[in-house]
Design a protein around this ligand. Sequence first.
Ligand SMILES: [Zn+2]
Length: 223
Amino acid sequence: MWRDNNSDSKGVASRVTFQDYKSPKTNPVCDIECRDEGMLAGLQDFIDSHPKGDILIVLHQMGNHGPAYFRRYPPEFEKFKPTCKNSDLSRCTREEIGNAYDNAILYTDHFLAKIIELLRKNDPKFETSLFYVSDHGESLGENGLYLHGLPKAIAPDTQLHIPALMWFGSNFTDIKISALREKVNQRFTHANVFHTLLGIFEVETSAYRPEMDILEEARPPKK
Ligand SMILES: [Zn+2]
């Protein structure tokens, strides 16, 4: 299932359940805009209705998308101040822009913590896991650049180097966490996401390339 609080799935979810969370009609957590955590509403019911099946839930966040970073979090997450309160970044200082961006990061931290909380509740019945990947980095004034989307050949590392995070529940015994920790400084790309998901779901297909699966070397040998 694909839940979306950003744009859409660009066709990726055209053959699966797609739910739009950008409107208060579906998203129960909206103020000046609808919040990412609203995508968690009713997810437990969805999980409960699939007691035996493998479930992949994609949550497409609004996250930190600019330039209006200050709109990307509820007021209680305004921890770093002063913040840029303008979509026209040229009217703000670098510090104000960075603060608004950091507040939005803080909100994503909170969102991810809520997901882990939900997965923990489902730990007894499932092999739970979370795979968080950002779609791109962001320029916040380094060398006079802002935002993202420069062609790859000239984009600075701040736009290309993305955060990613994995979390596994106690029943997810298919991998050795210690072996995975050793890979923490290796470089991966979005091209690894597809194969890693196939690996997590144990999908057997000729499209699967184990060498592209981030978890492959962390799996204990098959008996
Ligand atoms: Zn984006």
